[in-house]
Design a protein around this ligand. Structure first.
Ligand code: BGC
Length: 990
């Protein structure tokens, strides 16, 4: 099947705004119906062609109108009566591009204003040449309205019949959702269609009116479930017949009727629908389009992300993504979520998954926080179903349904899906039963939103409760393993859905722990921050009890760590699964091909993954493992991943970029864009991939743009692909509007808000005043000079033990709290502090004796020090810095530096060691660092010092060097970089 998608149609102002279908091929109908779908978050309309084809799936949806078509079905978003179809007959021949001859064909989606235009030149079997131009859009101004326009002309005289109406003979793949159809045609041109869903009793009203550029009146025609207006007209060469059709959709689920009684609703819907139609119909197609286009224009002005690069596809794909992101959500209605296929197809039945929180919400959280809040309010309103699900399964708290529909439906995942190729039965679908991570995903998203927006009101009303209730669920969900003496999470499905009934899925366990950790923090802080909210939640969750329980369970929760091979096991089972050759599947370019060879049970035994799982964990929690481990895991799991879920590639793109695999990142990004836009003409038939579309923004902005919400703050650490010169994206951070422009060298951040914004750019703290902008370049360093104690290793405890021995001998009380006061203090002064509790006066020579004794004791203890005293993270980071060609030195005032390095096995690791034995001034004098720089033959400005003490930071600064702070020193105003993890150095060094 050939790829008929052309992205180069747009020129001038429309460059990279137009997507064109260049040729008619009925096998591609589904593709274009979905990717060219139109809507506004309330209505979603597939772009089915006006003339009808067997292959078509003609869908119109109104968000939230869920119905269950039968006892064995789950609730789904019903397909509404259709207004888009038009039958056109020329001299008795039905316009159908599978007959006659197609002389010209082009359908264009204009992403700028949401309109599609199709031009067809068709030679009818009678040889008349027919030119038809069809235009269509769904209004962004009035969410109830949609409009169509037909311009029809022939090259000679012809007898035409044009028929269009409202068709209720629609189903969802055969499932009938509507009954009690009521139809009426008023004043010859206005059609009214009322229908009621079979189970949920939702009323849907569709009103349409038509105007034609001819005098003739249409004939009203009623079929069994349809009604039409039929015009029969004679046309001459040169005449263009124009038909406009305006339609309005309403339902009893509309927000406006939320508090209304059901009785009387049909009259209300009829009246409102009629009034709405009258107003919009009077305006006509062009004015309606202009109004809607104006709203689109405003949207693009505020939200557009732009790319300057050498592949236009990247910009177009991003616009495609933003177009769909803008129409997939009803931004003011917290009773509805975002469906996995948005409102563009029947796939996944209009249900919401973790797709929203983990793949789509970041976009809204960081660009349209109000919409993010609505979506998270939806999750609050889902709590009813979540509690129901937990209780039904014998657990406490709130366990979110894997698939959600209407707010109080609870779990709506179907129990069967697809074919079991081995047994020939329908394949069981276990996700609704055992894919549990979504509860933690929701809590994670709530916290991310809170960090980015600072929306305290949301937290007080909803957010805290979601986190506490889900944490309560996890605390009851854990299972005690007596043998291993730890808590576990058994029998789940992790993000990788090719593995059912797995134990201790790393993603699930870590996310559960995170969720419980958030709850612990809330219980700790809330009583001090807001007594009223705290009391209310305390009453519900019994803070003391819950805190105790969370603490106890978290301390013993099994969290998988890297094995000897450096790999974090995805599950208890994964590492011992059978490897098979995945090359044929990977090379096929097709998704889900493996299902033709194995059923789910068999797939569970194979080392093959559907999508990012442990890799996903490294995306959401980047600080769990060292860079080396994360990179190793990425390579290991990617090799086994078929990317059979559209949620996979975008995450791989972000992480490949983080891990320095830039070419792969760009490849993955373009492949993610191609899920809906690529040459596979079958990939989107069931609807576009909402999560993957959120993922396009993710891989551009969070991947190449390097944007993260991390450690509670905003970080930007970009790395553009070779093909891009510039990336520009708007952001909203804590209510302040920012514009970020990334080029090959640096980043400009403009603060268009009214308050200053603090953030980290390239690892460096910066602050942008309102109305101002800052430009920052990534600094390059030649060398890193480390303080030793407190940075590379921690000898605190050895000092403590040595002092303790002295104190015990003298009968002085000494503990860790007193020891804390000795940090950064000279040996002599330390002893004076200890002697504060000594009730005698000590002679100077005795003091000297004890000081020597302490030092001897300390040195002796150091002899027990080995490489294992160094954290894995420190080791990995040092190795990685070396790999990247950095010169490394020690700058320590300790006279024991040489001994410590020897003990650690690092005596030959550093290029230079400048220590207390060679200096005459100690820190804050810069001598020790200057000596190190001289030994390395580096200029001061090319050196980065890493320190844990204020005096050290002062020494670096006065020596003209940049400095990164670790430990308590991060509080210092002198620090250029605040390293909350040692491995962050790698981000600074790049
Ligand atoms: C994926 C899930 C996803 C769902 C809906 C599945 O194929 O494995 O992770 O939530 O599709 O998009």
């Amino acid at each position: 099947m050939i790829n008929t998608m052309n992205f180069l149609k747009g020129q001038g102002d429309l460059k990279n705004w137009l997507m064109e279908e260049t040729e008619f091929d009925a096998r591609n109908l589904g593709k274009y119906e979905a990717v060219f779908a139109q809507g506004n978050g309330y209505i979603g309309m597939r772009n089915a062609l006006e003339e009808r084809y067997v292959e078509e799936v003609r869908n119109t949806f109104i968000t939230g109108t869920f119905n269950k078509a039968g006892d064995e079905e789950v609730t789904e978003l019903p397909n509404l009566p259709d207004v888009t179809a038009m039958d056109i007959y020329v001299d008795g021949y039905r316009l159908n591009l599978q007959s006659g001859k197609v002389m010209e064909y082009s359908r264009i989606m204009n992403l700028k204003n949401g309109e599609t235009t199709r031009k067809v030149v068709w030679e009818c079997p009678s040889k008349t040449l027919v030119t038809a131009v069809f235009k269509r859009f769904v209004s962004l101004k009035n969410e109830h309205a949609a409009a169509e326009c037909l311009e029809l002309s022939c090259d000679g005289s012809a007898q035409l019949v044009i028929e269009t109406g409202i068709h209720g003979d629609v189903t969802n793949h055969g499932a009938m959702h509507f009954e009690n159809l009521r139809r009426r045609i008023y004043d010859g041109i206005t059609m009214q269609f009322l229908a009621e869903t079979t189970e949920s009793r939702v009323l849907a009203a569709v009103h349409s009116a038509c105007r034609i550029s001819r005098e003739e009146k249409p004939l009203p025609v009623m079929g069994r479930r349809n009604m039409d207006l039929r015009w029969s007209v004679k046309t001459e060469a040169g005449e263009t017949i124009r038909l406009e059709k305006i339609s309005c959709f309403h339902s009893s689920r509309d927000l406006a009727y939320e508090k209304e009684e059901h009785s009387g609703m049909s009259e209300r819907l009829k009246a409102d629908g009629m009034e709405c139609l009258q107003i919009e119909f009077d305006k006509g197609y062009d004015r309606l389009l202009a109004e809607s286009a104006e709203v689109w224009q405003k949207f693009w002005k505020e939200h557009e992300v732009t790319i300057r690069g050498n592949d236009d596809f990247d910009q177009l794909a991003l616009r495609f993504a933003q177009y769909h992101l803008n129409i997939m959500v009803k931004k003011d209605d917290n009773r509805v979520g975002i469906a996995a296929k948005a409102l563009t197809g029947e796939g996944y039945k209009g249900h919401s998954f973790w797709d929203t929180e983990m793949f789509i919400l970041p976009y809204f959280t960081l660009t349209e926080p109000q919409t993010a809040r609505t979506l998270l309010e939806y999750r609050y309103r889902n709590l009813y179903g979540a509690r129901k699900k937990a209780a039904e399964n014998g657990w406490e708290g709130a366990m979110y349904p894997w698939e959600c529909a209407w707010i109080d439906d609870g779990e709506v995942t179907p129990l069967y899906l697809g074919t079991d190729v081995v047994t020939g039965k329908v394949q069981k679908c276990l996700t609704g039963l055992i894919e549990h991570h979504i509860s933690a995903d929701v809590a994670y998203a709530v916290w991310q939103y809170y960090q980015a927006s600072g929306d305290q009101d949301y937290m007080d009303r909803y957010g805290y409760e979601i986190i506490l209730d889900t944490a309560l669920f996890w605390s009851s969900r854990l299972e005690w393993n007596e043998k291993k003496s730890c808590y576990e999470i058994l029998d789940v499905i992790g993000p990788d859905e090719y593995k059912e009934h797995v134990d201790n899925n790393a993603y699930t366990n870590y996310m559960a722990d995170y969720n419980m950790g958030l709850a612990e923090r809330i219980i700790e802080a809330l009583p001090k921050e807001n007594k009223e909210v705290s009391d209310r939640l305390d009453e519900k969750f019994h803070f003391d009890q819950l805190k105790q329980r969370l603490k106890e369970k978290r301390a013993k929760l099994y969290l998988p760590v890297p094995g000897e091979n450096g790999i974090v096991p995805q599950t208890d089972q994964y590492m011992s699964l059978e490897s098979i050759d995945l090359a044929p599947y990977k090379a096929s370019g097709k998704v889900l091909l493996i299902h033709q060879d194995y059923n789910m049970e068999q797939m569970g035994g194979l080392m093959v993954s559907k999508q990012a799982d442990t890799v996903m964990l490294d995306f959401v929690m980047p600080d769990l493992f060292s860079l080396e481990t994360k990179r190793k895991n990425f390579v290991f799991y990617e090799d086994k991943t078929l990317h059979d879920s559209s949620l996979s590639r975008c995450i791989h793109a972000v992480l490949a970029n983080d891990y320095g695999m830039e070419d792969m990142a760009y490849q993955m990004h373009q492949a993610a864009c191609s899920i809906d836009l690529g040459p596979n003409m079958k990939s989107s038939e069931e609807g576009i991939h909402s999560a993957s579309i959120g993922g396009i923004w993710l891989s551009c902005v969070m991947g190449f743009g390097g944007l993260r919400i991390r450690r509670g703050g905003l970080e930007i650490n970009p790395k553009l692909p070779k093909a891009w010169e510039e990336l520009r994206f708007p952001l909203v951070w804590k209510g302040q509007k920012l514009m970020v422009t990334v080029d090959k060298k640096g980043v400009t951040i403009a603060n268009n808000g009214s308050c200053p914004v603090s953030l980290m750019v390239f690892g460096r703290n910066s602050r942008v005043e309102p109305g101002a902008s800052v430009y920052m370049e990534k600094k390059t360093y030649e060398a890193v000079i480390f303080d030793l104690d407190g940075v590379i290793c921690h000898t605190d405890h050895y000092h403590y033990l040595a002092w303790k021995e002295v104190a015990d001998e003298l009968g002085i009380y000494f503990d860790e709290v007193i020891n804390n006061r000795l940090r950064g203090v000279s040996r002599k002064e330390s002893f004076d502090i200890i002697l504060e509790r000594y009730d005698k006066v000590m002679r100077e020579e005795d003091k000297e004796r004890y000081l020597t004794k302490k030092n001897e004791g300390y040195k002796k203890l150091l002899e027990g020090m080995t490489l294992s005293d160094l954290s894995e993270e420190t080791k990995d980071t040092l190795m990685e810095l070396r790999k990247r060609g950095m010169k490394l030195a020690i700058g320590s005032s300790s006279k024991n530096a040489g001994l410590i390095l020897k003990q650690l096995g690092l005596d030959h690791f550093f290029d230079a060691v400048s220590d207390g034995n060679a200096i005459t001034h100690s820190k804050p004098h810069p001598e020790v660092f200057q000596k190190a720089a001289a030994m390395l033959n580096c200029k001061a400005e090319n050196c980065l010092v890493v320190e844990d003490a204020e005096a050290g930071l002062m020494a670096a600064k006065s020596g003209g060097m940049d400095c990164g702070a670790v430990g308590d020193a991060v509080k210092s105003l002198l620090a250029d970089y605040k390293l909350s993890a040692f491995s962050q150095l790698l981000e600074i060094i790049g």
